[in-house]
Design a protein around this ligand. Structure first.
Ligand SMILES: *Cc1c(COP(=O)(O)O)cnc(C)c1O
Length: 353
């Protein structure tokens, strides 16, 4: 096997996405999708964009989306880069900014795609262990490096790093690019966005997948100086100029602009998250303080792996990582109130068996 594969791909361990099962209907709390539907304005925009114009290529600059993002975040249009999900944006950051003699740094426990991209693009990297309490070790990023990638809030820990700490990392690395992946920031983190005009070495990455309920549309974006954005456009236009299709450009723009709907959904989700954490703690679980749309919980009276399997048998999907330091925990996405009730009921039933 692997005949004709390049050596690099032969030896690559790709990212493993959370399962999207087709065998039956589950309560899906395993991939941090938003339990609420997308904004009605976004759905209407996607429908309109999906007509006969589909025979035409989309705008390679995703202008409508970039305009909307510039308006919502108070930036200039040349400070924004859009891509087919933030995974794609992050993947383009590696060839755009990394690959020198010094290693790129990221936490040992974080979004595992960073490691995959480093391998794919043969970028040298080192991991910085999280502190004992799963917070990010800021000091660990204050040493010579070829770049820094941090998810804030971090995944799968759900813990947010205060903005002052992020600033310490950015200010302490004037020679290298710091990427802050803010996939979950809308659920309670402090964004580094206010710092991008002050620090030319800061790039903030966001997505429509979580807080805008559009995981299926694939829209992500980066925000930083015009200089950084130009590098990302150079990479994009060396791979695929049309990364956002017509419905993604229109739907993403409409979703960003519908602030009322966005605020309503995230407030509901945060309230449910807090209730879910309280109920899990009442069952003896250790739940890390979450600023995201998921909880990272260590069960009591049963192993994480066993509970994962039993929940699956009971029609509830959560995420289990069989990895050092975190194999005793489950990552549980926050669903609707009804889904949360079903989750808690299933856990109680399993624990009583
Ligand atoms: C979900 C997630 C992303 C990727 O989201 P896209 O759907 O590709 O936009 C990026 N970073 C982290 C930490 C995530 O959890």
């Amino acid at each position: 096997m692997k005949e004709f594969w390049s050596d690099r791909i032969k030896n690559l361990e790709p990212y493993v996405p959370g399962e999207q099962p087709k065998d039956k209907k589950y309560i899906k709390l395993n991939t941090n999708e938003n339990p609420y539907p997308p904004s009605p304005a976004a759905m209407e925009a996607m429908r309109s964009a999906g007509g006969a114009d589909m025979r035409l290529y989309p705008d390679p600059e995703s202008g409508e989306f970039i305009k909307a993002a510039a308006k919502v975040f108070g930036l200039k249009e040349d400070q924004i880069f859009a891509g087919n999900g933030s995974d794609e944006v992050l993947s383009m950051c590696f060839p755009a900014f990394f690959g020198g003699d010094k290693p790129v740094l990221f936490p040992d426990i974080s979004y595992s795609f960073y490691l995959v991209y480093a391998e794919l693009y043969a970028v040298k990297y080192e991991t910085v262990p999280l502190n004992e309490d799963f917070t990010i070790n800021v000091e660990g990023f204050l040493r010579p490096n070829g770049g820094v990638v941090i998810a804030n809030p971090n995944a799968p820990t759900s813990i947010a790093l205060p903005l002052a700490e992020i600033e310490r990392i950015v200010a302490g690395n004037p020679e290298s690019l710091v990427i802050v992946d803010e996939a979950y920031v809308d659920f309670g983190g402090e964004s580094a966005l206010p710092l991008i005009d002050k620090y030319p070495n800061l790039l903030v990455v966001r997505t429509c997948s979580k807080s805008y309920s559009l995981a299926g549309l694939r829209v992500g974006w980066a925000m930083g100086s015009a200089n950084l954005i130009a590098a990302l456009n150079a990479v994009k236009n060396s791979i695929n100029s049309y990364t956002l299709d017509r419905s993604a450009i229109a739907g993403g723009a409409a979703a960003l602009l519908d602030r009322d709907y966005f605020d309503k959904c995230r407030s509901k989700l945060i309230a449910t998250r807090e209730r879910c954490a309280t109920e899990l703690r009442a069952l003896g679980f250790d739940v890390l303080p979450s600023s995201a749309n998921f909880l990272f919980a260590r069960p009591s009276g049963i192993s994480a792996e066993e509970l994962f399997k039993k929940l699956r048998e009971n029609g509830v999907l959560v995420r289990y990582f069989n990895k050092p330091r975190i194999s005793d925990r489950l990552r549980i996405s926050v669903g609707t109130d009804e889904e949360t009730d079903a989750l808690i009921a299933a856990i109680k039933k399993i624990l009583s068996e």
